[in-house]
Structure formats: C-alpha cells, structure tokens
Design a protein around this ligand. Structure first.
Ligand SMILES: NC(=O)c1ccc[n+]([C@@H]2O[C@H](COP(=O)([O-])OP(=O)(O)OC[C@H]3O[C@@H](n4cnc5c(N)ncnc54)[C@H](OP(=O)(O)O)[C@@H]3O)[C@@H](O)[C@H]2O)c1
Length: 314
C-alpha cells in the first residue's frame, strides 16, 4: 500500500510502498478515505516521543483519519466490515499511522462511528484537534457569562475551542489576523484581537479593563504565558496545549494553571460526533491534498499560518 513515512527520526517524509497491516486480536483494519494533518505528526517524526514510546521504522505518519472497516481481527471488536469510522489510527511500535491506504484501530483507541451526514474529508479533520479543544474548554471551566480568550484561535484546535466555548454561553475573544476575523465571528467569537498588531494585553484590556476569566492558549511560550496571565481576574484559569504553564507560579498569583494532557477516548469522539450531528460544531477544511503532495503540505504546516485543517485524500 502507499503511505507517507519517515525512515528515521528527523528524516524528510516520503511516499513509500509498504505492506498492508494485518489486524491482530480485537483490532480493526480500516481502508482510509481521508487523513487529517496535525502539528503533532511532524513533532513525533522529529522524535518528540522517542524517550517514552517505542517506534518502528519506516514509521507511517499521521494520527487522524476516516474510512471504511475492511476486516476485523479475532475476538471481540467494536466495529463490523463496511462501517464508516473516524478517529485515531497511530500505532508507533508497529510503524503504523493514518497517512496510508490502510490503518489499524487498536482495542480502546479513540475511534468511533462517523457523524451522520459528514463526509470523510471533514471527519478526518476532527479527532485530535477537536478532542484537545473539548478537553481544554471543559477543564478550563468555561461557563455561561464567562469571558474567554483563545490564543491561536485560527488553527485546528482553536476553531473548535471557539465554537465549544461560545456554545457554553461564554463571551469568546479570538486571536485572528484581519483575513480571519469574520470567520472567527461566524464560529461564535464575540470579539477578535489581532496578534499581528502586537500588545495583545492592551487590545484585550481596552474592552475588558476588569480582566477575563479564562485563557485557552495553543501557541504561547512561557514568556508569552507570563505576559498574558496578567489579563486574568483572581481565580482565573490559564490552560496551555504546549506545556507552557507553570502551575505553581500561577497558584502564587491566585490563578489556576493547567497543561493539557491527552484525554482522547472513543467515548469523547462519540460525544463530539453528537455535537456535530446537532449542528453545534463544524470543521473548516482549508486544503485537501493528494498523498504525493503530503510532504509539501507537512512542510507548509511546520511554517505556521494555518487557516483551518489540511486533509489528505487517499
Ligand atoms: N497537548 C495536546 O494533547 C495537544 C493536542 C492538539 C494540539 N496540541 C498542540 O497545540 C498547538 C496548536 O495546534 P493546532 O492543531 O491548532 O495548530 P495549527 O492548526 O497549526 O494552528 C495554529 C494557529 O495559531 C496561529 N498562531 C501562531 N502564532 C500565534 C500567536 N502568537 N498568537 C495567536 N495565534 C497564533 C496560527 O496562525 P498564524 O501563524 O497566521 O498566526 C494558526 O492559525 C500545536 O503546537 C499542537 O501540537 C497539543
């Protein structure tokens, strides 16, 4: 089968011909129709998990995907051949991932039936980013009447976080360059601030001099977090998706600081499918690429400037 893989940590992703994986006991073999790109894909192929997880090479890249169940292994499996599924298909100890014509769902992996009426390319764009956004919004305690700043709102996680926070009745302030301000409002943001204009604190304080309740931050380093934390009211919550928060430092300022752990599960994916079916959540697929064009799309993703999700057609 054709797949995008790396031959070692740090290698340039390349199109390779690799064996179709065999589903083991309790596993599901899925014929992928679409796969979704996430920053974590290239972070892992660069070696981000090398000290904590075994990897086999060539390592097929990619966590997220959507497709049709082809075959199941021996014993109990949650799916039947022909079922449309979406979720996470990354098994690094066997070198398997979602940027391939076939992928494996291991027992307990975050894989669920696809939302009704959703097309494969959209479903593939959902799992990692939306599960992260859901976990962050929930753990931040976003609620009716709160004011929440989403930093990095225009990317994959951010667009879901804006919608989920607005759905809880919060007033959402989204970071966006001018070209994305209207889109952020369509997703539910009450206001936007432009991180390209500098002094984010000044822009937020102009309309919220009393401070805000929560910050969901997907991009700032520790220095950026220290600066933005000054926007929070006493008792406010700062949550980072890239481990930039020092919880002890936050506690000393009467703030709650959290770094997001990976809380993905089939149950969470099923809850997200319900929100999509109820029309409360949508994903913006910014570009669709072929497997051949995937290495170039990964390079573009590294360079930043995401305006939604990139999806690979398989
Ligand atoms: N811990 C977890 O479980 C978990 C899960 C998912 C994601 N993450 C991490 O969370 C981060 C975001 O993921 P993603 O999928 O949303 O990435 P993405 O799709 O690449 O989006 C990042 C967005 O942030 C914007 N941005 C960059 N610098 C900014 C700044 N200084 N202020 C405001 N916005 C800025 C970018 O646009 P411009 O470049 O145009 O500004 C882009 O729209 C990644 O580092 C990812 O690895 C962690």
């Amino acid at each position: 089968m054709r797949a995008i893989a790396v031959s070692e940590f740090g290698a340039t992703p390349a199109l390779m011909n690799l064996p179709v994986p065999e589903p083991g006991p309790g596993e599901t073999l899925v014929k992928m129709v679409a796969a979704g790109l996430n920053p974590v894909d290239w972070k892992i192929s660069d070696g981000a998990w090398k000290d904590s997880v075994d990897h086999a090479f060539p390592l097929i890249m990619g966590m997220d995907g959507a497709g049709v169940v082809e075959e199941t292994g021996e014993g109990e499996t949650p799916f039947r051949p022909g079922e449309q599924v979406y979720g996470r298909f990354f098994v690094p100890p066997r070198g398997l991932g979602s940027f391939a014509e076939y992928a494996i769902a291991t027992p307990g992996a975050a894989v669920a039936p696809m939302p009704d009426g959703m097309i494969y390319s959209q479903a593939a764009a959902v799992p990692t980013a939306t599960m992260a956004a859901f976990t962050m919004v929930e753990n931040a305690g976003v609620d009716e009447g709160h004011t929440v700043l989403v930093v990095g709102a225009t990317g994959g996680v951010g667009q879901s976080a804006v919608q989920l926070a607005a759905d809880r009745g919060a007033k959402v302030i989204a970071t966006a360059h001018a070209d994305m301000a209207d889109e952020m409002r369509r997703l539910g943001a009450a206001e936007t601030v432009d991180h390209g204009e500098g002094d984010l604190n000044g822009q937020v304080l102009r309309t919220h001099s009393e401070g805000i309740d929560e910050i969901i931050d997907l991009v700032s380093d520790q220095a950026g977090v220290d600066r933005l934390a000054g926007l929070l009211r006493p008792g406010g919550t700062y949550i980072s998706s890239i481990w930039s928060v020092n919880p002890d430092k936050m506690a000393a300022q009467q703030l709650r600081g959290l770094n997001l752990g990976d809380e993905s599960s089939p149950e969470l994916l099923a809850r997200i499918a319900d929100l999509i079916d109820a029309g409360k959540l949508r994903v913006r697929v910014h570009e669709e690429v072929s497997l051949e064009d995937t290495p170039a799309a990964i390079a573009r993703g590294r360079a930043g400037g995401a305006r939604g999700k990139t999806v690979i057609r398989l």
